[in-house]
Write a protein that binds this ligand. Structure first.
Ligand code: G
Ligand code: G
Ligand code: MN
Ligand code: NA
Length: 251
């Protein structure tokens, strides 16, 4: 496949970059962190992650690519300090294939140690598909937590094992899939589900973040809760220097 052959050379050709999407405390409007989202600009043009991440997973290229993202995010955390800002926590997406790689935990440890980053500033976002491999995933997540990194369940609620996942593993953050928010304005049943997921997070003392916030109306509805949020209403994912400019202008 064409994309695959280009993807093999993407790291050495320096074609990847990271865009950051800020995250907020909904009530106070404080920025509390940012999600790292990979971008690829190659000879074929800008290829969105939805098109190349699955290829990277199938070919195994997600292993070096994922390591590149984590290392770059660590380097970028230091940039915040250099710009006179506090070091914000950064969330990095992890594919199930990475989580299931035998030396993944060692690699994460090596990268955060080499880059001299406080582990608690790193949140690893995993999806429910990891739990098709439940036993291994559970052990690997426990090991990661011992390193001090935080674990977030991304797209929470749309998989089929949401509750069994949080039953046996202490997860630090639930990231509620955007479909719950989008439909809850017009659909009372969906709203009840959103409300219930937020209560679950509260009872388990787990941070809850709602993704895909696009309107003031949605912010208004969510400000009834102590939750965090991310979405186009605040900012789309942007390059790091843009994020610094935006932050200094806004706060
Ligand atoms: O950036 P965008 O919002 O278009 O992301 C599309 C999808 O690609 C999301 O599901 C996101 O989780 C995934 N994605 C983006 N960056 C990375 C990455 O660095 N690693 C992995 N595994 N997935 C990513
Ligand atoms: O699957 P994951 O949660 O990692 O995906 C993040 C994806 O969500 C990225 O593709 C990002 O561009 C996208 N995204 C971020 N904010 C919004 C939003 O407000 N609405 C929608 N529809 N997508 C968003
Ligand atoms: Mn994510
Ligand atoms: Na998500």
């Amino acid at each position: 496949m064409i994309i695959e052959s280009y993807l093999h050379k993407a790291i050495e050709n320096n074609e990847f970059s990271i865009h950051y999407q800020p995250q907020f405390n909904i009530r106070s409007f404080d920025m509390t962190g940012a999600e790292a989202l990979l971008r690829w600009d190659c000879e074929l043009g800008k290829i969105p992650p939805d098109e190349f991440i699955s290829i990277a997973e199938e070919t195994g290229l997600i292993i070096p690519i994922g390591e590149w993202v984590l290392r770059q995010a660590c380097k970028d955390i230091h940039q915040f300090k250099e710009h006179g800002l506090k070091a914000f926590p950064i969330s990095v997406n992890i594919s199930t294939r990475q989580l299931m790689t035998p030396n993944f935990i060692e690699r994460v440890r090596a990268i955060i140690t080499e880059e001299k980053v406080d582990a608690k500033l790193i949140t690893l976002e995993i999806t429910e598909s990891a739990f098709l491999y439940y036993e291994d995933a559970k052990d690997n997540i426990s090991e990661l937590k011992k390193l001090g990194v935080r674990i977030s369940l991304d797209d929470f609620g749309i998989g089929y094992s949401s509750l069994s996942m949080i039953r046996n593993i202490e997860i630090d953050e639930l990231k509620i899939d955007r479909s719950f928010l989008h439909d809850s304005i017009t659909n009372e049943r969906v709203y009840s589900l959103l409300d219930t997921i937020i209560q679950i997070g509260k009872k388990l003392d787990t941070k809850v973040i709602v993704e895909g916030i696009e309107t003031e109306e949605q912010i208004g509805m969510l400000s009834n809760y102590h939750v965090y949020g991310q979405g186009y209403v605040y900012s789309k994912p942007i390059a790091l220097d843009q994020l610094f400019k935006w932050y200094k202008r806004t706060f």
